[in-house]
Ligand binder design. Structure first.
Ligand SMILES: C[S@@+](CC[C@H](N)C(=O)[O-])C[C@H]1O[C@@H](n2cnc3c(N)ncnc32)[C@H](O)[C@@H]1O
Length: 252
């Protein structure tokens, strides 16, 4: 059994009750990990503004609002927390580009197959990885994401999880995803010596090995970097696509 508990603490991030209580207490807005301004180069590179976008586990983040200000026309936001969804529905009732629905990312049967051009996940797979039955939850969620993506659609995962912790969940043959990896420093990170990080602006994917890992000699400038996995849903006929792992019982 594989379970990534490296950055989970005593909170049950996989539990709707935890999130409802947290959103009742906190109100306002909060973006985990990174704001849209830092992610924009990656989002704009892979996701045209005319795309139908699904934001999974939107919480009360400003990310979707910022994307609309940047020209995105159709963003459907889902979250398991009814408290977050009710607040966001009210806040954005005058913004037709933003829709909010209470839904569990592990069962999005409300939506038809291949109905989104892109799915964005900032911290939601991470939350499931901290819950009970984490590997099963992850495969349910990613199976649904794969089902909802149009051919050549993009699943963009923004996470603290490095390739050792995440590729094992992403590289299943059944998803048929071609994966590119980017690494960005956490906000405010300064290199020792006071210079700001060069990692922040790198729009070049990080080289990864055939099994999706960082090369042995690779050193993270910021040990608490964030990772952006850009997963493109391939057709079997797509050129230069090497399919990845077949399903293996031992990681379930
Ligand atoms: C770490 S927060 C990230 C929030 C937001 N994406 C951001 O970037 O600030 C994780 C979010 O995932 C939601 N979540 C957790 N489990 C979920 C599930 N099974 N289905 C849908 N949303 C879930 C939580 O309610 C929470 O809003």
């Amino acid at each position: 059994m594989y379970r990534d508990v490296s950055s989970c603490n005593t909170y049950n991030y996989g539990d709707a009750l935890y999130w409802n209580a947290r959103y009742v207490q906190e109100g306002g807005s909060f973006d985990w990990y990174q704001r849209y301004s830092a992610l924009r180069p990656f989002v704009r590179k892979y996701i045209p503004t005319s795309s139908r976008v699904l934001m999974v586990g939107c919480g009360n983040a400003l990310m979707s609002e910022d994307m609309v200000k940047d020209g995105y026309e159709d963003i459907v936001n889902i979250d398991i927390s009814s408290v977050a969804i009710d607040m966001m529905k009210m806040k954005y009732e005058e913004i037709p580009q933003l829709k909010y629905l209470q839904m569990d990312v592990r069962d999005m049967s409300f939506f038809e197959d291949e109905s989104f051009d892109a799915v964005i996940d900032k911290g939601t797979l991470d939350s499931l990885m901290c819950g009970t039955n984490a590997p099963i939850s992850a495969s349910q969620m990613l199976g649904e994401v794969s089902r909802l993506l149009k051919p050549r659609g993009i699943y963009m995962l923004i996470t603290y999880g490095d390739p050792k912790a995440r590729m094992i969940h992403l590289k299943w043959k059944v998803y048929n995803w071609k994966i590119e990896l980017y690494i960005i420093a956490r906000p405010g990170f300064e290199k020792p010596g006071g210079c700001s990080s060069s990692m922040k602006s790198s729009l070049e994917p990080v080289p990864i090995t055939d099994d999706g890992q960082l090369p042995a000699e690779f050193v993270l400038e910021d040990p608490d970097s964030h990772f952006i996995y850009v997963c493109k849903k391939m057709n079997d006929m797509d050129e230069n696509h090497i399919p990845s792992y077949t399903l293996k019982g031992d990681i379930l």
